[in-house]
Design a protein around this ligand. Structure first.
Ligand code: HEM
Length: 410
């Protein structure tokens, strides 16, 4: 916990620039995979690697054990059926209208707090508010908006989840890297569910766990992705103007003052801005899997049953062979590929295969709506040094102190 997961995985590739490298998680040996080809092998073999290493026990923690992220076996099959129709194109079209309302609340708050009242912007907190409101409104049907200053019950939960402190950091680290110890330390996801009351009823627990999954899986990742997109745009004025012109042109063509689902499909530069940010500053720096039997990875490496395999996504995204000068932020890299191309497994910010992110389309839409509205109304300018330090208590990438920019009305 002296350094973030993100920095750990980044430095591991620098120190050990091999296709795979052995590490210890406490006393537990594990294998870190760092090449697209080996990552693909592990990800596509759903028979041998059906599950994550992440905690999925059931020590009185229904939210932790019954959710899609951690579920296994029959429960997983059932949940997959439940989830599969959740983000269809028809649904996403409806959600676009709802999220557009949240986007307007976001730009109103920016104008009110940071332009008129000149408060300091905490980007991560602001973006977490937007993500919380979109979830509340689009997924749970709650119309109270924290962006409008209302007392949103979902914000109490999201705020808690996105807050990085020592005890939360400790719980998460135990949960992700040494799941068996959860029993010893009585770690559970209850910490994240401060306003929801558990009842001794299986179906209610199942429902509650899915609710928890939505909040936990989307709150951190989406707010961090938005934070880094805006931060990069502040330091790349030329790229920001290209993006502004693309949005302006799309609005002019549509003849309306808001963009709809189909309009977003045409905004190639916006998608490239998001993809390049998810490449350089990928929120979830590693994926984890565990084999259910011995697995022959290469001619001379066999992974024994039960040994955790961690895929170093950051190493793939920063591999000079696929992304020259990887620390440079260049949306142009993604202008010729399609939105969902994994570029031969060198670009997997949402994971891949049978355990890939189910919220990818929803998440991308959420990001596009916020970015298009902000960039259309405000010029984003830098106010602090470009290099951000990552928070050691966060499982996903998170800037210490939230990062800041200046919003100037256009
Ligand atoms: C920018 C936003 C997001 C990013 C970068 C992201 C990233 C990821 C990644 C890397 C995984 C692990 C994939 C794997 O192991 O192969 C994952 C899993 C998951 N994500 Fe997301 N996610 C995002 C938004 C969302 C949203 C908005 C939701 C829900 C509405 C969501 C729900 C889930 C769920 C349920 C899983 C577990 C899937 C399974 O195990 O079957 N995510 N996400």
């Amino acid at each position: 916990m002296r350094k973030s997961f993100w920095d750990y995985f980044y430095e591991l590739k620098q120190k050990c620039p091999y296709d795979c490298v052995g590490i210890y998680l406490g006393l537990q040996p594990g294998l870190v995979v760092q090449s697209p080809d080996l990552a693909r092998k592990v990800i596509v073999d759903s028979d041998c690697f059906p599950d994550r290493f992440t905690y999925s026990g059931s020590n009185g923690d229904p939210i932790g054990s019954l959710n899609l992220f951690a579920s296994k076996g029959k429960l997983r099959k059932y949940l997959q059926q439940v989830y599969s129709p959740i983000f269809t194109t028809v649904r996403l079209k409806k959600l676009t209208q709802l999220m557009t309302v949240n986007g307007k609340d976001l730009t109103d708050k920016i104008q009110r707090d940071f332009v008129d009242n000149k408060k300091r912007v905490n980007l991560k907190e602001l973006m977490a508010m937007y993500v919380s409101d979109t979830l509340a409104f689009s997924v749970f049907g709650i119309k109270l908006s924290v962006l409008k200053g209302e007392d949103s019950p979902l914000w109490h939960i999201t705020k808690h989840i996105t807050k990085c402190d020592f005890s939360r950091g400790f719980e998460i680290i135990v949960n992700f890297l040494h799941p068996e110890s959860c029993k010893t330390f009585a770690v559970s996801s209850k910490n994240a569910q401060i306003t929801l009351k558990l009842k001794d009823n299986m179906s209610e627990n199942l429902m509650l766990a899915q609710t928890g999954t939505f909040i936990m899986a989307s709150a951190e990742t989406s707010s961090v992705a938005l934070t880094y997109c805006l931060f990069e745009l502040a330091y790349h004025q030329e790229e920001q103007e290209i993006l502004y012109n693309e949005i302006e042109e799309a609005l002019r063509k549509s003849g309306k003052d808001i963009l709809e689902y189909n309009d977003f499909l045409e905004l190639k530069y916006l998608t490239a801005v998001i993809n390049e940010t998810l490449r350089k500053s990928v929120p979830l720096q590693h994926l984890d899997r565990v084999p259910v039997r011995d697995y022959q990875l290469t001619d001379n490496i066999t992974i024994e049953k039960g040994i955790p395999v961690l895929i170093n996504v950051l190493a793939l995204h920063h591999d000079e062979r696929y992304f020259p000068e990887p620390n440079e932020w260049r949306p142009e890299r993604f202008l010729t590929s399609s939105e969902y191309d994994n570029l031969h497994y060198s670009f997997i910010p949402f994971g891949e295969g049978h355990r890939a992110c189910i919220g990818k389309r929803y998440g991308m839409l959420q990001l596009k709506i916020a970015l298009s509205q902000i960039v259309h109304k405000f010029k984003i300018e830098p106010v602090m040094p470009y290099k951000l330090k990552s928070d050691p208590y966060s499982i996903v990438l998170a800037p210490i102190d939230g990062a800041s920019v200046k919003f100037v009305p256009r």
